[in-house]
Design a protein around this ligand. Structure first.
Ligand code: GLY
Length: 351
């Protein structure tokens, strides 16, 4: 079992390992003693697989346990589902000493975290990520929120979980398509700050990922989030590939999942950086080749204008510029403030 301490304003631990979720009851009995009720929020795919075990472990800690289940998919990450969670909490008389458990992938974690951040001005929540993507990225760092029709994550709050349990056993029920989704974010960490991980992926692009590599990605994210919890500066690096990715997701009507879109976004960012002369052609080719070898699209089928328009709706647009993250070499990236008037050129370079 690996424990990663996250020293944010409200500190917490991420536990990674086989059977990590078995520690939930002891954590609740120790740290959330005043709670009487817990709600387990899960989608319609995850609830039948894992809710019963989580419910029984919370019941064993003496809690009244409620289930909130919503239809699986990014389309549920909206204001209506968010409102339904809040109404559910109110109808069942939850108070601020009670807590929520986000049991699932990124959609569940973001939605539950946002409801917890805002219900009665804030209640505790625990992340129990069941997908690889949620383990390595979205369950850690306190970003919560939902999508608007204009774009992803356009409403939300920073609200750190009080604990994260990444149970490797959950990955055994993860369909291949979702394993690949998570590997897109793993590849992002490799390009962002871990040249060794990148080389390992090059040697075995389709191999399953283990506890050590997952903990390594979480540790990298922890180091960044501790320096910049609210994304005023260095945390922007974690958005590597994401501005392109959010546009791909939006233009595909969310048919392309987040992690796949991030992988394609990495190839696009690399081509843009190479055209600008900040990334060597050799590193650009290595990144594009690994994106393809891992089974992702290195190119998009949308038009340059369509991509550029979709990127302008990204929440990273501020004033008349957008912060684009670009690779400088494998394992090192930087943020380039880019005028909106240059976006068309950047996108065309990225094709
Ligand atoms: N997923 C990027 C971040 O948490 O900052």
């Amino acid at each position: 079992m690996t424990r990663i301490h996250v020293q944010t304003a409200a500190p917490y631990e991420v536990t990674v390992g086989d059977g990590a979720s078995a520690q939930l009851a002891a954590f609740v009995a120790g740290e959330l003693r005043r709670a009487r009720k817990a709600v387990v929020v899960a989608d319609s795919n995850v609830a039948p697989l894992h809710s019963a075990a989580v419910r029984s472990s919370l019941s064993s800690a003496g809690l009244d346990v409620y289930d909130f289940v919503f239809p699986a998919g990014e389309r549920s990450k909206n204001l209506a589902t968010y409102g339904a969670v809040l109404d559910f909490l109110a109808a069942n008389h939850f108070d601020r000493t009670d807590f929520a458990v986000a049991l699932g992938g990124g959609v569940t974690g973001d939605l539950t975290g946002f409801a917890a951040a805002t219900y009665k001005r804030g209640m505790a929540f625990i992340q129990l990520p069941t997908s690889l993507l949620a383990m390595v990225d979205s369950s850690v760092g306190g970003k919560t929120g939902v999508d608007l029709s204009a774009g992803k994550n356009l409403v939300g709050a920073f609200h750190q979980p009080c604990a994260v349990f990444c149970d490797m056993a959950f990955l055994s029920t993860l369909p291949e398509v979702w394993r690949m989704d998570g590997m897109g974010e793993v590849l992002k960490y490799a390009v962002l700050g871990d040249a060794n991980l990148f080389s390992k992926l090059e040697k075995a692009p389709l191999s399953p990922i283990g506890e050590c590599a997952i903990a390594g990605c979480i540790g990298m994210k922890r180091d960044i989030v501790e320096k910049d919890e609210r994304e005023g500066g260095v945390r922007k690096l974690l958005n590597l590939g994401h501005t392109f990715a959010h546009a791909i997701e939006l233009l595909s009507g969310y048919a392309v999942s987040h992690g796949r879109a991030v992988a394609t976004g990495l190839a696009m960012s690399s081509r843009a950086a190479a055209k600008m002369g900040v990334l060597s052609a050799a590193d650009c080719v290595r990144i594009e080749s690994l994106v393809s070898a891992m089974g992702y699209e290195a190119h998009v089928r949308f038009s340059v204008d369509g991509m550029a328009d979709a990127m302008l709706s990204d929440k990273k647009v501020s004033g008349d510029a957008i912060d684009l993250v670009l690779p400088q070499e494998i394992g090192r990236c930087f943020v380039r403030r880019t005028p909106l008037s240059d976006i068309g050129k950047v996108v065309s370079d990225a094709f």
